[in-house]
Design a protein around this ligand. Structure first.
Ligand SMILES: Cc1cc2nc3c(=O)[nH]c(=O)nc-3n(C[C@H](O)[C@H](O)[C@H](O)COP(=O)(O)O)c2cc1C
Length: 346
């Protein structure tokens, strides 16, 4: 191996969990270990895919988002006892590779939910929404911190989520994380103060206009995200690792308007100054790792950069934010291995 790549094969730690190298497989939706639509499902194909990657020497694997509640029918994941039994058997085999695995649990999408065309009338019309609710609760799936325009369904408004619904989600995060721990999963990742998903919508001022304990001040906007980690630590113990998917800067000019690399613009989401404060605050609340990038769904190309984005497009901002936390920080986004290796001890 060329000397310049050696840093990529050095170990590191998330809390007490040692990861054998710096190769982190970031989550990709479509590869959830539980699927999204089938209740009480363990996805053998996704599991085989990740076993293969683990055998090829990845250090940490984070499969694609697992919704706390099934999108179809709304069954809570923590009640899927059969799926967790299969996961436990899988983890025993998986650990023989020396790799570690975190399950990424999502609070959901809020206004970023990509509404299937057929369901647009049900989102627009409350009565039609109620009719399909037992199968596909579109109003709940799109529920946002405040009444907000849907990112995708033109002319549709997403309703405000209730405090009772928030508390149910926090409780479900804790219960599901405990199931993961009992199944031998090495840690969980919370999705996400990242990319304009529901938790992120709470954190940014342009999407959170609430006047209760979950809106307004910095502490209130970050309360949902901090409540989640505190509830997980209370259920699983302080030493069970909890990572946060985190976008350093929102790179957002307004609804459906993203900023380009190098562009001068006025940030409506999280700017660097707030991010420096936020990452410390989130670490103090209990997060053990930050899996970082940039962007929101209004500036979606930062978080899943296509070929026209520069290589290592998020590295400068992620390297900067690393100075404000003692927790390990992972960087995603068109990383080239030589630059990644240089950044590790840089
Ligand atoms: C198809 C696709 C699905 C993704 N799904 C998720 C996801 O479920 N959770 C998440 O946090 N990030 C998700 N991402 C973002 C990736 O984890 C990663 O940050 C992004 O692809 C940038 O890294 P890359 O340039 O190495 O691919 C997804 C990206 C793609 C392309």
């Amino acid at each position: 191996m060329e000397k310049k790549f050696e840093p990529l094969f050095t170990p590191w730690k998330i809390g007490n969990v040692e990861i054998k190298n710096r190769v982190v497989v970031c989550p990709m939706g479509g590869t959830s270990l539980f699927g999204w639509m089938e209740p009480h499902h363990f996805d053998k194909d996704a599991a085989a895919f990740f076993m293969d990657i683990a055998k090829n020497n990845a250090g940490l694997i984070i499969p694609g988002i697992a919704p706390l509640r099934n999108l179809m029918g709304g069954a809570w994941l923590y009640k899927a006892n059969g799926a967790f039994r299969k996961l436990k058997t899988y983890m025993e085999e998986f650990h023989k590779t020396g790799a570690k695995l975190f399950v990424q649990l999502t609070a959901g999408f809020g206004r970023s939910f990509s509404v299937p065309n057929k369901f647009v009338p049900m989102l627009k019309n409350k009565f039609l929404g109620k009719l399909v609710k037992p199968i596909f609760d579109i109003q709940y799936l799109c529920a946002s911190p405040s009444e907000l325009p849907s990112r995708w369904a033109e002319g549709c408004t997403c309703r405000q989520i209730t405090v009772k619904e928030i508390h149910k989600m926090i409780n479900a995060f804790a219960k599901t994380a405990l199931k993961c721990k009992e199944a031998g999963v090495d840690g969980v990742e919370i999705h996400a103060v990242h990319e304009g998903y529901l938790l992120d919508q709470f954190c940014t001022e342009y999407t959170n206009h609430r006047d209760d304990e979950y809106g307004g001040s910095f502490e209130n906007r970050f309360r949902f995200a901090t409540d989640v980690v505190k509830a997980i630590k209370a259920a699983c113990g302080e030493d069970y690792p909890v990572s946060l998917r985190y976008s350093v800067v929102s790179k957002t000019k307004g609804f459906c308007e993203g900023a380009m690399p190098g562009e001068e613009y006025k940030e409506v989401g999280r700017n660097m100054e707030e991010s420096e404060k936020a990452i410390k605050y989130l670490e103090e609340a209990g997060y053990d790792m930050f899996d970082a990038d940039n962007g929101t769904y209004d500036a979606w190309y930062w978080a899943h950069p296509p070929a026209y984005m520069p290589t290592n497009c998020n590295l400068e901002d992620v390297a900067h934010i690393r100075k404000f936390t003692n927790a390990p920080v992972v960087c995603a986004g068109r990383m080239d291995p030589a630059t990644a290796a240089k950044a590790i001890f840089g």
